[in-house]
Design a protein around this ligand. Structure first.
Ligand code: MN
Ligand code: MN
Length: 459
């Protein structure tokens, strides 16, 4: 054999893609940018996904019905998680082909007693959600979105700062002139958690008395949404980055914006399942919540709501859920870290995923000695390798940083706990968990192509 045949040399998508393919890659990114712009929270992501699913002929799932091959179903769990399925020709006893992404992101949730006035300005107290570097969330424009359940039980959608022309919010930082003490602090302490206070306004109400700015803000909220201060007790409001999703680079090969982790994989899955018609095996697309805080709660991957949905499909075919799971295959579609030349010291170059090298397959996540990892078997990697090579999908093997540098996890271990063969696969991200993350269009496209190949697979 020749040297070239014996050695393995990963290739960038741009080394092999035709002009026509590059155009397809760039065109695909446009739909993603639009969807991501409208999907700033898990609720909004689910809502936008359902709109697309209904357009593609998916019908809401109701349990206890007979099912036929080609049937397209969707199940919204508490407005925050979505499962879509296209029933296959084969029995569920042979398993389903599943892709699982998450639609929640790091953000700043409002506390339950959020509103106060200080220094004749009004603020909201926040409590961050997910893993953030707190110093990144100051001096960046933020929007306020979410849901309020009023005392009378009525549910109100709140959204301020996303539409053009609407006011936005911000968390202020200290001027460098007076930051001598601050600059000596450890980066984790530069902005303390209790310092993430959202600036809401400064104009006092005409009434006399205390807290006139707070009163003016509350009056504006009441006018717009019919809410009073006590309604914050039963609210899920959060501050999210308000800037629009945009191309990055002179060549427009990258996309910058809030929420790529993990809505980039969610969109890839969604597009793949919307285009799936009469698959051999039942295709399942999972968009779950709460991954960033451990997949807990009724809408996270640990919830039995997924099993409830799958069990109903199994019962309609007289198949046991456990039998189905044991023969199923899952791509845990979550982002991985892209090698960043600005921070080469945290990665091991030979093994880290790179921008433009296609969907990143991650055999294991976890930390230290692979602790907390799914660690897919050689057989599972072999299966995904044949699947992607067979479909001409550009893919690469990655790992989450060099040994002992840190670590992390995905939903992979929670699907694996259900006896489903699982492997992580997703888009490499620069500046992951920052208010403005960056991904490559080529990797987005290849992740979509990977899920599409999975749904088309007969094995
Ligand atoms: Mn993720
Ligand atoms: Mn994450």
């Amino acid at each position: 054999m020749t040297r070239d045949e014996l050695f393995f040399k990963p290739k960038s998508v741009y080394e092999t893609a035709t002009e026509a393919k590059v155009k397809e890659i760039y065109d695909f990114a446009e739909g993603y940018k639009t969807w991501l712009d409208a999907s700033r929270t898990e609720r909004l992501a689910v809502r936008e996904a359902v709109k697309l699913a209904e357009k593609a002929g998916f019908k809401p799932w109701t349990p206890g019905k007979a099912r036929k091959a080609g049937e397209k179903l969707y199940f919204v769990n508490r407005e925050k998680a979505l499962t879509l399925a296209v029933l296959g020709k084969k029995s569920l006893a042979e398993g389903a082909n599943i892709a699982a992404a998450h639609v929640d992101n790091p953000r700043l949730d409002l506390k339950q007693h959020p509103l106060y006035e200080d220094g004749e300005m009004a603020y909201f107290k926040t409590h961050y959600y997910g893993g953030i570097k707190k110093y990144q969330w100051v001096t960046t424009p933020l929007a306020l979105v979410g849901t309020v359940v009023r005392a009378d039980g009525e549910k109100i959608d709140v959204s301020i700062g996303l539409a053009k022309g609407e006011p936005r919010f911000v968390i202020t930082d200290l001027l460098p002139h007076l930051a001598a003490d601050q600059m000596k602090k450890n980066a984790a302490e530069v902005i303390p958690g209790e310092g993430l206070n959202l600036l809401l306004g400064s104009r006092p109400d005409a009434e006399t008395g205390a807290d006139r700015v707070k009163l003016a803000v509350m009056k504006l909220l009441n006018e717009k949404y019919g809410i009073v201060e006590a309604d914050f007790l039963s609210a899920e409001l959060c501050a999210v980055p308000a800037d629009e999703i945009t191309d990055i680079g002179l060549d427009r090969s990258l996309i910058g914006g809030y929420g790529h982790d993990d809505r980039v994989c969610a969109y890839s899955e969604l597009m793949a399942i919307l285009e799936t018609k009469k698959p051999e095996k039942t295709a399942v697309c999972l968009l779950v919540d709460k991954e960033e805080i451990g997949s807990e709660g009724t809408t996270g991957m640990l919830s039995a709501s997924f099993d409830r949905f799958m069990e109903d499909l199994c019962v309609s075919q007289g198949v046991s859920l456990k039998e189905c799971y044991a023969h199923s295959f899952c791509l845990s579609a979550d982002v991985c870290n892209a090698f960043d030349p600005n921070f080469p010291e945290v990665s091991e170059k030979r093994n880290n995923a790179r921008v433009n090298y296609g969907v990143g397959i991650i055999k294991f996540t976890g930390s230290r000695g692979k602790s907390g990892s799914n660690d897919a078997s050689a057989e599972v990697v072999g299966r995904v390798r044949r699947l992607l090579d067979g479909a001409g999908v550009a893919w690469q093997m990655g790992e989450l940083g060099k040994v002992d540098q840190g670590g992390g996890g995905t939903v992979a271990k929670f699907t694996a706990q259900r006896d489903i063969d699982t492997i992580d696969a997703g888009v490499p991200v620069l500046s992951m968990h920052a208010p403005f993350e960056v991904i490559a269009k080529a990797d987005l496209y290849m992740t979509y192509a990977a899920v599409k190949a999975l749904y088309a697979a007969a094995i």
